[in-house]
Ligand binder design. Structure first.
Ligand SMILES: Cc1cc2nc3c(=O)[nH]c(=O)nc-3n(C[C@H](O)[C@H](O)[C@H](O)COP(=O)(O)OP(=O)(O)OC[C@H]3O[C@@H](n4cnc5c(N)ncnc54)[C@H](O)[C@@H]3O)c2cc1C
Length: 489
């Protein structure tokens, strides 16, 4: 016989968005149960593999209360190096990278409520660490202990408030009453089916990035073959369950977040201590020359800040012959310490560019040599600056090179093979601004909310680094707060 559970709010998925919602609903006075598909040892979703969340702030003073390490040295470097990130910059970045397609109302809420949400998280025990000395990232602060510790802090906060998590439990269906109101979730747990009856259901089950069939269906050819950067659990049932009862799909179902990854990375990842998902990321590409097997460049590697370009680089790499590319560095890049996080990468080194191309297995070596020759001739004089788009360009070449152009003239040269790594999908569900899921009949579905990757409409084509985690927390908190009111009414 099925097991029966009764609660006021049930949350499906225990990532950052689900736990933000669960904690907010608990703070609102509702009884909350969380269902999580992964076993406890792999809990936390993709959120547990992250590094940071992007929020607007006025300057170093806003960051200090968030930090675990407040040594005098950190404080003085912060005062020198941290300028702030205004709401307008954040909003403009979202609109620029999404080519104006992000829904303005959602983007505005995300930006306006970002810092207060971070303060709320700090009050719940979350902590940040300074990262403003990392040239490949513009983040001033990141989660202390990475996404793994951030995730542990969410579970601790939720359990302290008396919430319950059922692991190894996959939601499979939504219950509705005869008026169409959602009244709970059917799930498959370790001992069989469980019927969870609730006044409100909050869906936070990620997107369909871990489902090869859905990737091929919505993103197109070759996407079924890509490696995942995240966990294998986000296989799209959350979206399907909601659409089965009439939820309206929204946002960009044909585009996704994908980035340059080590060619040897595993097919997926689990959260783990002392590890973030960036272990396999090869994010120093803005300083490199990136070529394909035909020896040709195919993107402006140094278009602008890394955080505004990396999420579209995976797609560009997948479109190359064999879905592979090579990041090439000069000895000066090592001296400038801009090749960060590559210590465990299988790299190749040679005193000549030709020798390096042979080691990397680039198919058309004469074309590669011509590319490098042309590039070197195109580099303009200027002052290299690792920490900002420096305007040091290479002109008259295709694609252009806007920043961080250095001549390749100092051996040894280094090269790293990279592939496309799938992060998450942008397609989700249409919701109100309080995260209530919208029906295809253009009215809210009573009792159903969606947050995190499941909330569609924010991201299209590209994305600003840190936006996913911030959106999960901002909208998770909003959904949880409203769900508690609805559940207790
Ligand atoms: C390696 C990596 C690094 C990243 N780094 C960053 C970063 O630094 N900053 C940033 O902003 N974003 C980053 N992202 C993106 C970020 O992870 C997502 O935007 C964010 O985690 C989404 O949160 P979520 O809660 O919606 O999803 P998740 O954290 O993935 O949580 C979804 C949860 O739902 C569970 N689930 C799935 N289906 C079911 C079901 N049927 N029943 C019950 N449970 C289910 C899953 O097991 C999972 O625990 C990164 C992603 C990856 C993969």
């Amino acid at each position: 016989m099925d097991q029966e559970i009764r609660t006021q709010v049930v949350v499906v998925g225990a990532g950052n968005a689900g736990l933000s919602a669960a904690v907010a609903a608990r703070q609102g006075g509702a009884d909350v149960v969380v269902l999580e598909k992964a076993p406890k040892e792999h809990r936390g979703g993709n959120s547990a593999l992250t590094v940071h969340m992007l929020f607007a702030y006025d300057g170093a003073e806003d960051l200090k209360p968030l930090l675990a390490d407040l040594s005098p040295e950190v404080l003085s470097r912060m005062n020198e190096r941290v300028y702030g990130y205004t709401k307008e910059q954040y909003y403009d970045n979202i609109m620029n990278v999404t080519e104006g397609q992000s829904e303005p109302e959602l983007a505005r809420i995300l930006v306006d409520r970002s810092y207060e949400t971070v303060q709320w998280m700090r009050g719940l025990g979350h902590l940040w660490a300074p990262t403003f000395d990392n040239p490949i990232s513009a983040n001033a602060v990141s989660f202390d202990g990475g996404g793994f510790e951030m995730s542990n802090r969410w579970f601790a906060a939720f359990e302290k408030l008396g919430g319950t998590v059922h692991y190894d439990t996959q939601a499979v269906d939504l219950f509705q009453d005869d008026k169409g109101k959602v009244t709970g979730v059917r799930a498959l747990g370790p001992h069989g089916f469980v019927n969870v009856h609730a006044n409100v259901v909050i869906m936070a089950a990620g997107s369909f990035e871990s489902n090869a069939e859905m990737r091929a269906r919505y993103l197109g050819p070759l996407w079924d073959t890509v490696k995942l950067r995240g966990t294998p659990f986000n296989t799209g049932e959350g979206l399907q369950m909601a659409m089965n009862i009439g939820a309206l799909p929204n946002g960009s179902w044909s585009s996704c977040h994908s980035s340059p990854q080590d060619a040897n990375r595993p097919a997926f990842d689990y959260p783990g201590e002392n590890k973030t998902g960036d272990f396999w990321s090869r994010y120093s590409y803005p300083y490199s020359v990136m070529v394909n097997h035909n020896g040709k460049r195919f993107v402006d590697e140094g278009e602008t800040w890394r955080g505004l370009t990396y999420a579209k680089m995976g797609r560009a790499i997948l479109a190359q012959p064999r879905g592979q590319a090579f990041q090439i560095f000069d000895a000066k890049h090592r001296e400038l310490d801009v090749i960060r996080g590559y210590d465990k990468a299988e790299g190749f080194k040679s005193d000549t560019l030709e020798g390096l191309a042979e080691q990397l297995g680039i198919q058309d070596i004469p074309a590669f040599m011509a590319t490098m020759h042309e590039y070197n001739n195109a580099v303009q004089p200027g002052e290299f600056g690792a920490f900002r788009p420096d305007g040091v360009s290479a002109v008259g070449i295709e694609p252009p090179r806007r920043n961080w152009a250095l001549k390749f003239d100092k051996p040894p040269f280094e090269g790293f093979p990279v592939v496309c790594g799938m992060t998450f999908c942008y397609g989700g569900l249409k919701t109100t601004t309080t995260c209530q899921v919208t029906h295809t009949m253009d009215r809210p579905i009573p009792g159903l909310y969606a947050v995190g990757e499941m909330l569609g409409g924010l991201w299209h084509w590209n994305y600003p680094s840190g936006g996913g985690m911030m959106a999960g927390a901002v909208f998770g908190r909003i959904a949880g707060t409203h769900a508690a009111v609805e559940a207790l009414a």
